[in-house]
Design a protein around this ligand. Structure first.
Ligand SMILES: NC(=O)c1ccc[n+]([C@@H]2O[C@H](COP(=O)([O-])OP(=O)(O)OC[C@H]3O[C@@H](n4cnc5c(N)ncnc54)[C@H](OP(=O)(O)O)[C@@H]3O)[C@@H](O)[C@H]2O)c1
Length: 264
């Protein structure tokens, strides 16, 4: 992917990895459509991108609202004509045991992390195909590759992204549609602060593992490199990525470790 002078849509752009990637892409004279639930949070990002000589359009969008996603996509496409890449970061996490998590939380997490990402990708795909192709990236997680305590619905929502977007890739590779699945480990962002607990409230703190993780800026550099190479999977993080290899090559060690994780 050559980013120069292209148009990209980033969801979850007001914070964390979405914001950090937007700021890096701002160096390529691009037009960025930046969406988030929190419109005010986008203002600083837009200003910083414009000082780099790129253009940024903020869009308020709740990824759990399918009708709003459809409407905003029509409006944006009518304005810009063509989106070259859709990079989806919007997501919510979870900190609760299976036995204490109400169904409403499971559904909320699936709605934002899975159905929202699917609806937006489906809205843009026909236009990308008619313009000769494009790039789609969705943000999974290490726990999109294996289950993990306190993350049942979150892990399920990320696993679902793999099945869906690998199928989408297989169906559309002939139309020059590139799909990258981003797999972050532990990144210093707000994701655990806003994670849903069993009573539906926010967890409110950063997990120690995450606090010791790489910064969002470093993660965004790894993501940008992976997108540039159009990698099918982009592993993002530090030594915690070893869990992928334990799970694959030493599964007994993986099961031993994961069954001993304690709440923090
Ligand atoms: N940080 C990690 O260690 C880690 C590890 C693996 C995977 N990930 C994934 O990476 C992605 C980016 O997260 P992050 O770590 O950068 O955390 P973050 O800073 O909390 O970013 C998440 C973004 O999603 C937005 N969002 C949440 N619910 C939304 C909704 N209903 N509609 C629209 N936007 C919504 C948030 O904005 P508002 O709250 O303002 O709406 C925020 O901008 C997420 O999909 C997450 O699951 C993170």
């Amino acid at each position: 992917m050559n980013f120069e002078n292209k148009c990209f849509w980033i969801t979850g752009a007001s914070s964390g990895m979405g914001k950090a990637l937007a700021l890096l892409l701002g160096d390529y004279h691009v037009h960025l459509i930046l969406s988030d639930r929190n419109f005010e949070g986008l203002t600083d990002v837009v200003n910083e991108i414009e000082t780099k000589g790129s253009k940024a359009t903020p869009v308020q969008l709740d990824m759990s609202d399918a009708a709003a996603i459809r409407l905003k996509t029509e409006e944006i496409l009518a304005k810009v004509g063509k989106i070259d890449g859709l990079y989806q970061f919007a997501g919510i996490s979870q900190r609760s045991l299976v036995t204490e998590t109400p169904d409403v939380n499971d559904r909320k997490i699936m709605e934002v992390n899975f159905f929202g990402a699917v609806t937006l990708a489906k809205c843009l795909l026909p236009s990308m195909i008619s313009h000769g192709g494009g790039q789609l990236a969705v943000t999974s997680s290490l726990v999109g590759k294996f289950g993990f305590p306190y993350r049942s619905a979150y892990s399920a929502s990320k696993h679902a992204l793999h099945g869906y977007f690998e199928s989408l890739r297989a169906e559309n590779s002939a139309f020059n549609i590139k799909v990258s699945i981003l797999i972050p480990g532990r990144i210093q962002t707000n994701i655990s602060r806003f994670a849903l607990t069993s009573d539906g409230n926010e967890y409110g703190k950063m997990d120690p593992g995450q606090a010791n993780g790489i910064t969002a800026k470093k993660a965004a550099r790894q993501i940008l490199a992976g997108l540039k190479k159009e990698k099918k999977e982009v592993h993002v993080g530090g030594k915690e990525l070893l869990m992928l290899y334990f799970r694959r090559f030493v599964p007994s060690l993986f099961y031993f470790i994961s069954s001993r994780i304690k709440p923090v």
